[in-house]
Design a protein around this ligand. Structure first.
Ligand code: SER
Length: 875
């Protein structure tokens, strides 16, 4: 049975049981600060469990792209070592929102597995929650009774809180669960140890395939549980594991989800994957191949959903996953060139029918991955050189754990690679020192990002908040709920939810509104507005005195108006780019703030100055055309798309969407806009740059910011004219200054060369012969380049020289060490080692070849000591 058919059958089965089939949500979450990535099928439905929104249907099923690489559920470090954990996996799930409960969930799971898929009953085990005194949750008798009508009692096992009480994060909906495990071992193995002893025991062939969670509780901030208003079902079946069972293989990597990728990796690296590795060496290769095959999926799908690798947040997690794959390829598959990007085509071919985002963006994803590979391989190279230097400076036995950590921290140079290289030289480093340094850093960054979130205090029950900010900036409101949050970064803040709000919550690139909340004499500042689990949160530093009062919520209109100019300009910019550069241009991210806008988009080359000028002119023409905003607040998604609106990958759209049109540019957008493009006044691009391979960034300003910009430019020009003593033609004056400068530079160079020649003559007489080596250590009045020339000039005098020259041009001490090749080899002198030692006197460092090396430092006063110390190296 092909994996595609297995997926289809799951969805068909639950459709036949009255479930609505929905698409997978994007892998990267946008409006849930508690989760970076979708880590389970239920994440996109969290608001329904919490009662903050209503689902389209009480029964839903889907397959969800999940990533378990951060937070509470993190499998990253296991991946590759076993055959059944993944960074990205598909979770097949069915949900009941306050509809059916344990009985139907369990019966359907059993029916699908044993009757539809035909899994033999005697390889299955099930678990039920044994109860927990500490949580005050009893044994799940109900689930047990339902199961015992279906399976023999010796196949029903008790599970503890760790395995059988599912929680998505530290807070939020949770409940007891019942898992289904499969035992794929041979009859001989089964005869030795019964499967029931291996369930939840990390055995590669006795694995969980399906988890049925019975959501009944909400985990509060203080750790206690409260009953949810309704009972729900959340199930998740590991798609890749199910394929393993149904395709009769022993490992997820032997299913057709992975075999095409693995074959390609074998071809690209000239290695071989074994279902059962015949040796420890082969197993290392196996692990590396699994790491690469697994990680490329996570990275490719994250990029396709709009998350580019970067140095912060979710982007950093993606970068780290990719780097892990690169390094396994580098060390164990001996791949020193980019190759992972070539797997994207296989992935697109194999998964593109069900997940069109990967096919549509195949080229872009491959480009981004290739670029990352190239730059990390360079970093690995630099790390190798640094490690070489550390080894040279060491006692030949050990480098310090702190140094190894520094390599890891600044160069992404992994611990095990350092260990491996050192081992080849018969050396090592202190792992405990390394781990300690790592711990210190982790604690530091965790403390910086930690946020303590209190539970909500609900003042008005059951209100479904409305957003009135498209039409008004002011509204009479009441507070429906509030909570306190405390973070290292921002201190104590409160989040308020209002019954109806004019405040736009950050979203679609547009920043959240600011403004005030006032009642009587009291006015409280709202410093930000954001959305979380379908609630609009207003951030304040201080709670109002009377929480039950009626307030006036007032958006800062000036800020909002500037933001709106930038938002509408962003749409016009998008249109301009697609019209002028081509329809390959797609939005890859945007920021719409009051003071500027930033727009990232796919495009393969730098946008030329001429093109930028055209883009600017295009947008400004639309501004001059006085185009009025046409807004349709709620039209069916399909209709909007058929009328020309573009849906973006990585965005989640409802059945009904808001469509915005200015002239011919139509976009799906929840943001706020000017009434007429004339309000923007003028659009000016201030920068164009690269974000990643194939992704460009334009930053631009509108309206008042442009006025200020022009005024600043004018002033700068005035200042330049003044500095040039107000010539008739400033440009001509600058050009003639430059010409003169070039001429003078040439003269100076000439003079310096002459000086060096004279110096050479002088210094030649100062050489002292010690043990057959002619030696000189001296400070010279040259710049570092001059000192280098001089050293080489002096070097011509013979093959018995050891020279140390110091310079202090611009108050920067520099040392240059030159040793004739014969001296270096015969007397065993190394300029690199010597310069590093001498540089200690000038508080600096450096290195180079055994014959020639330089070092810079901070302390010119140390030069005499450095020169004096040089004699100490004479043979
Ligand atoms: N949320 C549960 C899990 O992820 C079941 O879907 O295992």
């Amino acid at each position: 049975m092909k994996s595609q058919d297995i997926r289809r059958q799951f969805l068909d089965f639950f459709e036949s049981k009255g479930h609505l089939i929905v698409p997978s949500a994007p892998i990267v979450l946008k409006d849930d600060p508690t989760l970076m990535f979708n880590n389970s099928g239920m994440a996109q439905f969290k608001e329904f469990f919490l009662g903050n929104g209503r689902p389209k249907s009480k029964r839903i099923a889907d397959t969800q792209k999940c990533l378990r690489v951060s937070g509470k559920h993190n499998d990253l470090e296991d991946v590759g070592f076993d055959t059944y954990h993944h960074t990205m996996f598909e979770m097949l799930g069915n949900w009941s929102f306050g509809d059916y409960f344990k009985k139907d969930a369990i019966h359907w799971a059993w029916e699908l597995l044993t009757e539809v898929y035909g899994v033999p009953k005697d390889i299955l085990y099930v678990t039920v929650f044994e109860g927990s005194k500490e949580e005050n949750v009893p044994f799940d008798q109900e689930a047990y009774d339902i199961w015992s009508a279906l399976v023999p009692e010796d196949r029903i096992l008790m599970g503890n809180k760790k395995d059988n009480f599912w929680e998505m994060g530290d807070q939020g909906p949770c409940g007891p669960c019942s898992e289904i495990h499969v035992d794929l071992r041979s009859p001989e193995e089964k005869a030795l140890i019964p499967g029931r002893d291996l369930v939840n025991g990390d055995h590669q062939q006795v694995v969980e395939i399906w988890n049925n969670v019975f959501m009944e509780f909400n985990r509060k901030a203080d750790g206690s549980l409260e009953k949810l208003p309704a009972q729900h079902v959340d199930t998740g079946m590991g798609f890749e594991r199910l394929c393993m069972v149904l395709q009769g293989v022993q490992s997820n990597y032997d299913t057709d989800v992975f075999t095409p990728l693995i074959q390609k990796i074998e071809g690209l690296t000239g290695t071989r994957y074994h279902s059962k590795a015949p040796s420890a060496e082969a197993e290392k290769v196996n692990i590396a191949i699994r790491v690469v095959a697994d990680h490329v999926r996570a990275v490719a799908f994250a990029i396709a959903d709009g998350q580019l690798p970067s140095n912060t947040g979710a982007g950093y997690v993606i970068r780290r996953i990719l780097r892990r794959a690169i390094r396994y390829g580098f060390t164990f598959l001996n791949k020193k060139e980019p190759f992972i990007f070539e797997l994207v085509a296989v992935l697109a071919q194999q998964m593109g029918d069900f997940f069109p985002e990967i096919k549509a963006q195949e080229q872009l994803v491959a480009n981004v991955i290739r670029e990352e590979e190239t730059s990390f391989l360079k970093t690995l190279d630099q790390g190798l050189q640094l490690l070489e230097n550390l080894v040279k400076d060491s006692d030949g036995k050990e480098i310090s754990g702190d140094k190894a950590f520094e390599l890891y921290d600044t160069f992404g140079f992994p611990k095990d690679l350092t260990a491996l290289i050192l081992k080849e030289k018969g050396m090592s480093f202190s792992e405990s020192e390394f781990d300690k340094a790592m711990q210190v850093q982790k604690t530091r960054s965790r403390a910086a990002s930690e946020v303590a979130t209190d539970d909500w205090t609900v003042l008005i029950e059951g209100n479904v908040e409305t957003f009135v900010g498209y039409d008004q900036l002011e509204n009479e409101v009441r507070i429906t709920r509030y909570r306190k949050i405390d973070s290292k970064k921002d201190g104590v803040l409160y989040q308020l939810v209002l019954d109806a709000t004019p405040f736009y919550p950050e979203g679609g690139g547009q920043v959240g509104d600011r403004g005030t909340l006032s009642s009587g004499d009291e006015a409280i500042e709202i410093i930000d507005t954001r959305k979380e689990n379908n609630l609009i949160l207003h951030f304040v530093r201080k709670m109002p005195n009377n929480l039950k009062a009626t307030f006036i919520a007032n958006v800062d209109g000036a800020l909002r108006a500037r933001t709106e100019c930038n938002h509408t300009a962003t749409h016009l910019l998008h249109q301009a780019l697609r019209t002028l550069l081509g329809t390959h241009v797609e939005q890859k991210g945007s920021l719409v703030a009051p003071d500027y806008l930033r727009f990232d988009f796919s495009h393969f080359a730098k946008v030329t100055d001429a093109q930028l000028a055209e883009v600017e002119a295009f947008v400004n023409a639309r501004i001059s055309d006085h185009l009025a905003l046409e807004e349709r607040r709620s039209i069916p998604f399909a209709q909007a798309v058929s009328e020309g609106a573009m849906a973006l990958f990585g965005e989640k759209y409802g059945d009904n969407v808001r469509a915005i049109r200015f002239g011919t540019s139509m976009e799906l957008c929840g943001g706020t806009h000017v009434r007429n493009t004339a309000d923007i006044w003028y659009f000016k691009i201030v920068s164009e740059s690269a974000v990643a391979a194939g992704i460009r960034r334009i930053e631009a300003i509108t309206n008042d910011a442009v006025r200020t910009y022009f005024a600043d430019q004018e002033r700068a020009l005035e200042n330049i004219r003044e500095a040039l003593k107000n010539p008739q033609d400033s440009l001509k004056a600058v050009v003639s200054l430059q010409d003169e400068n070039t001429k003078l530079k040439k003269q100076v160079e000439q003079l310096l060369k002459e000086k060096a020649r004279n110096l050479k003559g002088e210094l030649a007489t100062e050489l002292k012969t010690v043990n057959g080596v002619r030696f000189l250590a001296k400070q010279v009045d040259l710049d570092p380049a001059g000192a280098k020339d001089l050293a080489y000039e002096l070097g011509q005098l013979g093959n018995d020289l050891f020279l140390v020259l110091a310079t202090a041009a611009d108050d920067k001490p520099m040392l240059t060490v030159y040793i004739s090749k014969d001296v270096a080899t015969e007397k065993n002198l190394n300029a690199g080692t010597i310069v590093r030692e001498l540089a200690k006197h000038i508080q600096g460092g450096g290195g180079g070849q055994p014959f020639f090396a330089t070092a810079g430092g901070k302390d010119v006063l140390g030069i005499p000591q450095a020169l004096e110390a040089a004699a100490g190296f004479l043979p």
